[in-house]
Design a protein around this ligand. Structure first.
Ligand code: ADP
Ligand code: GN1
Ligand code: MG
Length: 355
């Protein structure tokens, strides 16, 4: 057994698991936490080594997750179930921090949309998630990552990484850098709406990509919204936009062949029918105007975050090979520019749904 496996086994055995641990394997495609599938003689669990570099306050993070999951469960939704440690704590706190959830069985996650119906179902589920959290008291939530979708701030961070160019990589990504610089005046509309109140501050998920929702393995209906680390006050335009960024593409987020990467308006329509259909009664006029823009904004923002991380030496997102973050950035630039050209069609889709 490797030292890592010994560490994971000892961590897993510090939780109130049913049965004896028989196997531990890396699991899933998340970019932030280290996710492990833990099998015991009785059942399966998800154990995560929590990323305390990205989320430096694990106590308040887990307090948020316990509060949100309890609320969702009480509202009748299927949700993550936090398994306590032997001492009854919501996570194991040491040099590394670990948490355990019940594995939600008979579900699948998708890394790419293969079926419009699945994307529609995910949109409906994220919309219903939003509706459900409308009754949740935001004042009990800690902001786990302040300014998470404050795009003007993300742009300033990107510019700082570019200025530092700590690894001499800027010369390899001139077109991408130029894209973000030349769009400097396009990043402020949601931040301004939040400031003047035309875009309401709501409790949002903030990381609504398709692999953060578990779909039923047989019916492909949404079962549970997961990855609740970033549930905090935000705009519904973030949740809508981030799903479109990831799912309304003809290729994976890290496709290397850009000829395969396109924004697909029919996928946009499928998601919008699900999401906007669910939130329709409470959408403000300004939100309605900004759904299409929100998709562009989240795509550009994520692209500049990938690029900033590449320029800074790949310390934030998990990467599988050198240049992975630059590859991801390039797909986002491709999608954001195609979205910009598609605003009239996108707006027509939204208007048709919202009236
Ligand atoms: P990250 O923050 O790194 O993205 P996630 O919490 O999204 O980590 O988990 C990574 C992946 O693990 C998910 O995309 C999903 O496939 C799987 N997963 C996480 N929690 C569960 C669970 N309770 N049951 C089944 N699969 C899960
Ligand atoms: C990260 O945790 P994960 O892999 O679901 C990131 C998101 C990005 C996404 C890009 C806390 O999401 O903001 O949009 O990668 N999460 C955090 O794929 O930064
Ligand atoms: Mg995730």
């Amino acid at each position: 057994m490797t030292d890592f496996m010994k560490e994971y086994k000892s961590a897993a055995e510090s939780f109130r698991l049913q049965g004896k641990v028989t196997d531990i394997q890396p699991y899933g495609e998340g970019h932030i936490n280290l996710t492990l599938l833990v099998c015991t003689t009785e059942k399966r669990y998800i154990m995560q080594k929590m990323n305390t570099h990205v989320f430096p306050d694990p106590d308040n993070l887990m307090r948020n997750i316990c509060a949100v999951t309890e609320y969702l469960r009480a509202s009748g939704a299927e949700t993550l179930n936090v398994v306590p440690t032997l001492e009854g704590k919501p996570f194991l706190k040491g040099k590394e921090c670990y948490r355990v959830y019940d594995f939600i069985e008979n579900t699948v996650t998708y890394q790419k949309v293969t079926d419009k119906k699945v994307f529609f179902n995910s949109g409906k589920a994220f919309g219903e998630f939003q509706n459900c959290l409308a009754g949740f008291d935001a004042s009990v939530l800690t902001e786990t990552i302040p300014h998470f979708h404050d795009t003007p701030k993300r742009f300033a961070d990107f510019r700082a990484a570019l200025e530092a160019d700590a690894f001499g990589r800027a010369k390899e990504c001139r077109p991408e850098i130029d894209f973000f610089l030349s769009h400097a005046d396009t990043y402020g509309k949601v931040a301004e709406g939040l400031k003047d109140g035309s875009v309401p501050l709501r409790v949002t998920h903030n990381d609504t990509k398709l692999n953060n929702i578990l779909m039923d393995a047989e019916t492909n209906e949404a079962r549970a919204v997961i990855d609740l680390d970033t549930v905090m006050p935000g705009s519904m335009l973030y949740d809508f936009g981030d799903s479109i960024r990831f799912g309304a593409s003809t290729a994976a987020e890290d496709e290397q062949d850009l000829d395969k990467v396109h924004f697909d308006i029919s996928l946009f329509k499928a998601y919008a029918e699900g999401y906007c259909g669910a939130v329709k009664p409470k959408v403000t006029p300004r939100e309605k105007q900004l759904f299409s823009y929100g998709a562009y904004l989240m795509t550009a923002e994520c692209g500049m975050r990938f690029l900033a991380d590449y320029l800074s030496g790949d310390t934030y997102f998990a990467t599988k090979y050198p240049g992975h973050n630059l590859v991801r950035c390039r797909t986002q630039v491709r999608l954001a520019s195609e979205m910009e050209r598609s605003f009239p069609e996108m707006d027509a889709v939204v208007s048709e749904i919202l009236g």
